[in-house]
Design a binder for this molecule. Structure first.
Ligand SMILES: [Zn+2]
Length: 308
């Protein structure tokens, strides 16, 4: 399998992040006020949307609309979109009343978690929102220094936090947790599992977090052995997807099975089976379904289905 996924959902933010601005506070402040700058508001990790014929559309604000929320709000510079000529900022308005903030640009605007609204929304904006959601989540959980416990403050246009204790001064940068997700197959059949926390009837690929001291390939083989008791030989990379729910980067692989007998980890899975392409095409009739179209899991399965 030599798939190369490059346009997965949440992965089409082509912002030039312009990291050189992050060190120049005055420039970033001046940039906020130019006409080309827009602000994507979030409240408690939910983004602002409005209903559009094509689905949920992300709302963005002008500087005038955003400015009243900046005193107690966190502003992050996301980057420059060359084709639109726009500078994108994200603005956390969690310190303000959600109804007040939610009505700034329209009575019918609504706050919704990207995890729910994302698949229905416009892809590029959803990718910007994913970027912002990942950063705001990190800020929420790093308000204190991990070394000395003192409060930290925001720096570098929202891309860093620094410990306020002068004797410590530790710098903290946003974290992303690598997770492997893999479709294991033997050429004719693929291995899908029903996870205890998934909806009844949904079968998906196996996945798990990479541990310290482990390569991606080792993580693939370990997780598949732990969860399904299957030995995996060749492992090939297929693509990656930002998955800020809350802070993962999904790294997608295909793995060639070297054994057949499935032994499931009963604390995680309720079932795992080998499915042929014919089985998958008849999934609906069998009362089963695959993960949603925005997921890398679905892309791994669909690509395999079409490959002969
Ligand atoms: Zn400290």
């Amino acid at each position: 399998m030599n798939a190369k996924f490059e346009n997965l959902f949440y992965a089409t933010s082509y912002l030039d992040r312009r990291s050189e601005f992050r060190l120049e506070t005055n420039k970033v402040h001046a940039l906020q006020k130019v006409e080309e700058s827009v602000f994507l508001p979030q409240h408690q990790l939910r983004s602002l949307f409005y209903q559009h014929d094509d689905g949920a559309m992300a709302r963005f604000w002008s500087y005038e609309q955003a400015a009243p929320f900046m005193e107690d709000g966190l502003v992050i510079y996301l980057g420059h979109e060359a084709s639109e000529g726009r500078h994108y900022f994200a603005l956390d308005v969690s310190a303000y009343d959600e109804n007040h903030a939610g009505n700034v640009s329209g009575d019918d605007d609504f706050w919704e978690d990207l995890r729910r609204a994302g698949p229905l929304s416009q892809r590029t904006l959803a990718s910007h929102l994913a970027y912002a959601r990942g950063l705001f989540y990190w800020h929420q959980r790093h308000r204190f220094c991990g070394s000395c416990g003192s409060p930290t403050h925001v720096a570098q246009a929202g891309h860093m936090r620094q410990c306020s204790n002068g004797a410590c001064g530790e710098l903290q940068f946003p974290r992303t947790d690598p997770a492997v997700i893999m479709l294991i197959h033997d050429g004719e059949r693929c291995l899908l599992a029903h996870h205890a926390r998934l909806k009844e009837g949904m079968y998906s690929t196996l996945a798990g977090f990479v541990e310290p001291g482990e390569t991606l390939e080792q993580a693939v083989r370990r997780e598949v052995m732990e969860e399904a008791g299957i030995e995996v030989g060749e492992v090939t990379y297929a693509g990656s997807q930002p998955w800020p729910f809350p802070s993962s980067l999904m790294l997608g692989f295909y793995g060639r099975a070297q054994s057949e007998k499935i032994t499931i980890a009963e604390d995680e899975l309720t079932d795992a089976q080998w499915f042929s392409r014919k089985d998958l095409n008849g999934f609906k009739e069998a009362g089963r379904f695959l993960p949603s179209a925005d997921s890398i899991a679905r892309n791994l399965i669909e690509y395999w289905l079409k490959a002969e």
